[in-house]
Design a protein around this ligand. Structure first.
Ligand SMILES: [Fe+2]
Length: 660
């Protein structure tokens, strides 16, 4: 920076340029020429000059404007302006625009030489005030564009240290504008003997530079005096500018008054602050980019999780828990509804949320957004989860509520509700990616719900078929329904998950579907069956399996249908499987199936009665039936009679499956 040695002569008159050049070259200077202001600026970007000698009156870019630009971008370059119309005003203007001196045409050789010599001498003194190698440190630091391995904080710490060393200060501090505020300055880092000035004074100067006064110079060249509370000091404070406004303030302090900072120091610090501003923006952009890519990755994982299941409760729970990692809510809810469809609602709330707050306060608030009926249906949600949370919450105040409209999904419309009572997370200002996540969530939910609806439709269709099979024999018209009732009673006592119970339930309804292919003459034969006829009957489990197998929705229970006539001892049909090789659900079906057969009238015999049936299943425990299941079923029958079991079933699950 301090090695500028050349002189650039700028004039649109070739004659004047040559005249100046000859005079200056005679003195041993290196001289270059430019025909106008723009050409001069271009040359400045290629070669640094110690001095620019420029005419004021030039087309396009005049000398005054050129001087302003040079002062801004090349503070080490001095400018002397040449004018043909010397007035006090021109002179004043020239100096105001940053020119070191001006000379009037026509000028003598000595006049030009003296002015140039004086400018270069003063310049030399200024430049020597700042040791070039230290200036280079600062320059390197502020122009480095590698934002990878270096963190912003370590960059700022190096900047504070470099500012202090470069300007031979005793301490330096950097304040940055707090994120999310307009002008609140917070100390980011410091270097040297910061205690020479109180925190209050540091902050006062920083605020003044940021908001009121602009760059500040205390002591040295300046008329501003140091605060009485501190020792005699000189101080510079300059804003860190960027395209997006001021990012903060840097300050340097020196105790050796009267050798205080000069205006030139302040100007130079301003230049480096501008470069530091660019650098900080680079860090922030890199950090935003990283944050965004991490958030996108998170969203990708979450949406994959949403879409990986068609089970509505699972999808709802994964949406709620997924959102929790992005938005600090206390309550999350989804409400979907559509004409002719059962509304679907889900609430995930922190476990310490008082019922009254939910049912009274929140209800009142929500009714401001939606009609009371919708809010009732939402709050009486069919699915509910809770989570533990240690965040402070103020249940006395109204919740901060955000309602997101999910738009339409086929016949569905939906809304998503977020509420927060936590003081520290009162604002539900959320990630810009939240709408994407919500759209995925709603789509996954809609898919799951439609899938379940279509699965239910399937079940109803097949149950109707099962009913048709049962109807082939007027004595067994409720057989499938009864078997379903017994397996559901056993499933409750076994504590099966709702998913497993569903499979078992469907298997019970459809276990004899294969009989649809058995001639009625065999099914309804009054006398004993011949071996051949019995062989035909024995085909019904495999036939049922073949009917149900192509339907993916039935894949979880087709095996139970296939093996519901196997026996524990291996003497069953159609495959003769034994013990553990028989699917567990098939064993449950076998027991319920046989029990219903023994407690119902048949065409060839009346029902032998409950006591007989219980005696038989006990007798065949371990041979025909799984002994553990027999014990369990006896317990079921100890609690309820078969009639009660069946009527409970009809009042509950059975109402969706009208098989009788
Ligand atoms: Fe059967």
């Amino acid at each position: 920076m301090s090695s500028h040695a050349g002189i650039l002569v700028v004039d649109d008159e070739e004659r004047i340029r040559s005249y100046c050049r000859e005079i200056l070259e005679l003195q041993g200077y290196t001289v270059e020429e430019a025909g106008n202001g723009m050409e001069a600026l271009k040359k400045m970007t290629e070669t640094p000059f110690a001095l620019v000698l420029s005419d004021i009156m030039m087309p396009d870019l005049g000398g005054l404007e050129l001087a302003t630009r040079i002062r801004k971008s090349y503070p080490d370059t001095f400018v002397i302006l040449i004018t043909g119309h010397a007035t006090i005003d021109t002179a004043k203007k020239a100096i105001q625009e940053g020119a070191f001196d001006f000379i009037t045409k026509p000028f003598k050789m000595t006049e030009l030489n003296q002015s140039v010599e004086r400018a270069l001498e003063v310049r030399k003194r200024y430049i020597s005030d700042l040791p070039s190698h230290e200036l280079m440190d600062l320059y390197d630091l502020t122009t480095k564009i590698d934002v990878g391995p270096r963190k912003q904080q370590s960059f700022l710490e190096s900047l504070a240290l470099a500012l202090m060393k470069t300007f031979r200060g005793d301490a330096a501090r950097i304040y940055l504008v707090e994120a999310g505020t307009e002008n609140l300055l917070v100390r980011s880092c410091g270097a040297g003997s910061e205690s020479m000035l109180s925190d209050y004074d540091w902050q006062t100067y920083a605020n003044a530079a940021q908001m009121d006064v602009g760059d500040i110079l205390v002591g040295g060249d300046s008329a501003l005096e140091a605060p009485v509370s501190s020792r005699m000091i000189s101080l510079m404070a300059g804003s860190i500018p960027s395209m997006e406004g001021s990012l903060g303030v840097c300050l340097v302090l020196r105790s050796e008054v009267p050798n205080g900072f000069t205006r030139r120091d302040l100007k130079l610090m301003g230049l480096f602050a501008a470069q530091a501003g660019n650098q900080l923006l680079n860090y922030r952009m890199a950090s935003d980019l990283k944050h965004n890519s991490e958030e996108l990755e998170k969203i990708n994982l979450l949406t994959t999780d949403f879409s990986s299941s068609l089970d509505t409760p699972h999808v709802l729970s994964s949406i709620g828990k997924g959102l929790m990692s992005m938005v600090p809510f206390d309550l999350f809810g989804v409400y979907l509804s559509g004409e002719g469809l059962m509304p679907l609602s889900y609430i995930l709330a922190r476990s310490d949320l008082p019922e009254e707050v939910l049912n009274v306060d929140l209800r009142r608030q929500l009714e401001g957004y939606r009609d009371a009926r919708t809010i009732d249906m939402f709050l009486d949600s069919m699915y509910r989860d809770s989570f533990a949370c240690l965040r402070e919450a103020d249940w006395e105040v109204s919740a901060d509520i955000k309602i997101l409209d999910l738009g339409g999904f086929g016949s569905f419309r939906g809304m998503l509700i977020l509420a927060a009572w936590s003081r520290k997370t009162r604002s539900l200002e959320t990630s810009s990616f939240l709408p994407i996540l919500v759209r995925h969530a709603a789509a996954a939910l809609s898919n799951a719900y439609h899938y379940e609806t279509s699965e239910r439709n399937y079940i109803q269709a097949i149950a109707a078929l099962a009913r048709a099979v049962d109807a082939k024999d007027p004595y067994t018209s409720n057989h499938s329904r009864n078997v379903a009732a017994y397996v559901m009673a056993m499933s409750k006592l076994m504590g099966l998950t709702s998913r497993e119970s569903n499979w078992l339930h469907n298997a019970a309804l459809l276990h004899d579907i294969g009989k649809i292919g058995i001639p009625e003459s065999i099914l309804n034969k009054k006398g004993a069956l011949s071996d051949k006829e019995f062989d035909v009957i024995k085909q019904h489990p495999d036939m049922g399996y073949r009917i149900l197998k192509p339907v993916t929705a039935f894949s979880n229970f087709v095996e139970s249908v296939r093996y519901h006539h196997e026996r524990y001892d291996g003497n069953g049909y159609p495959h003769g499987l034994t013990r553990e090789r028989i699917p567990f659900h098939a064993c449950v079906l076998t027991l319920a199936d046989s029990f219903d057969a023994m407690t119902s009238d048949r065409i060839y015999r009346p029902s032998p009665g409950l006591d007989y049936a219980v005696g038989e299943i006990e007798k065949h425990s371990g041979s025909q039936f799984d002994p553990d299941l027999v014990r369990l079923f006896i317990r079921v029958l100890g609690k309820q009679s078969p009639k009660e079991i069946i009527s409970d079933y009809i009042a509950g699950e059975g109402q969706h499956f009208p098989v009788s």
